[in-house]
Write a protein that binds this ligand. Structure first.
Ligand code: SF4
Length: 291
């Protein structure tokens, strides 16, 4: 999903959450069209819950040159949704799951695990490609990387597993973020899984960035558009100095903040592992204040 090029090939878009001043469907449609004309290949739709922005999903379905992985909680999947996904294979549902029934239901609510199972069954019946997204913490790392758990997902028709390392952007809950030994374990385990279970695609974020030359934020391979239209280096680095409501994508990619991050070498600075911009957040805040 991330590329090593010096110009963005991927966008992460948060399409819901903000009740006021969020981008409307036509604005997202304009952004998607411009992205297509710039050669951007992937736009990840996330939230909150992007399936609540059905208007935006419909706009996405029209842009056939772009693959839209939709990061959904998987609980909103009626006939209408399945029909749209079935007819527009550029839409790729990625269902969030926490691990076992106990882990999923305790974090997401009673009965959610069964609901996700039924959503996967519906997608599988129609032959719709889908994946699972799992936030990895020090609490669930062993379970969600186990063969038992992953074979269970494959048995339900899941073809892509995305491991997303938990990043405590609020500075709280650092206790469940992965330590150095756990990051190393994850890296080795993902490499082993890629050799052992070739029928499933495994993506590890941000772990895989080491294979593409480090942090790909700020348009180096990837950037984030929040639900208000703010262009941010990455969802894990929520700072912005330009808005897509009144700017083009090309202008956003050349924003002062993005250019300084790319040109001043912050993205490639040494850091403690995991997310470089989280590690360097005081430097980013200084860039915004002194722009
Ligand atoms: S800001 Fe962090 S998570 Fe985002 S691309 Fe850079 S290293 Fe990866």
């Amino acid at each position: 999903m991330h590329c090593a090029g010096c110009y963005s090939r991927c966008i992460n878009a948060t399409v819901d959450e903000a009740p006021v001043s969020q981008l409307i469907d036509k604005e997202w449609g304009r952004i998607f069209k411009e992205a297509s004309s710039l050669g951007i290949s992937f736009i990840l739709l996330a939230g909150g819950e992007p399936m609540l922005r059905w208007d935006v999903i419909k706009e996405a379905s029209k842009i056939k040159k772009i693959i839209f992985p939709i990061f959904t909680n998987g609980t909103i999947m009626g006939e209408e949704h399945i029909k749209l996904l079935d007819g527009n294979r550029n839409l790729l549902p990625i269902i969030s799951i926490e691990g076992s029934r106990t882990a999923t239901d305790s974090r997401r609510g009673e009965g959610v695990y069964d609901k996700l199972g039924s959503t996967m069954e519906q997608l599988n019946k129609k032959g719709i490609l889908f994946g699972a997204s799992i936030t990895i913490t020090s609490d669930n790392i062993n379970e969600v990387t186990s063969s038992e758990f992953l074979d269970g997902l494959a048995g339900k028709g899941c073809s892509v597993v995305i491991f997303v390392e938990y990043v405590p952007i609020d500075g709280k809950s650092e206790n469940i973020a992965l330590g150095e030994a756990e990051k190393e374990y994850l890296k080795e385990r993902v490499n082993a899984l890629r050799k052992q279970k070739e029928d499933m695609v495994y993506i590890s974020f941000p772990g895989d960035e080491e294979y593409v030359g480090g942090c790909v934020a700020a348009g180096r391979g990837f950037f984030h558009i929040n639900s208000h239209g703010g262009a941010e280096p990455c969802p894990f680095s929520p700072y912005s100095d330009i808005n897509l409501k009144n700017s083009s994508l090309k202008e956003a990619l050349s924003s002062k903040l993005f250019e300084r991050l790319r040109l001043e070498g912050i993205l490639s600075q040494p850091h403690k592992g995991g997310c470089v911009l989280y590690d360097k957040k005081s430097e980013i805040e200084a860039l915004i204040e002194n722009k």
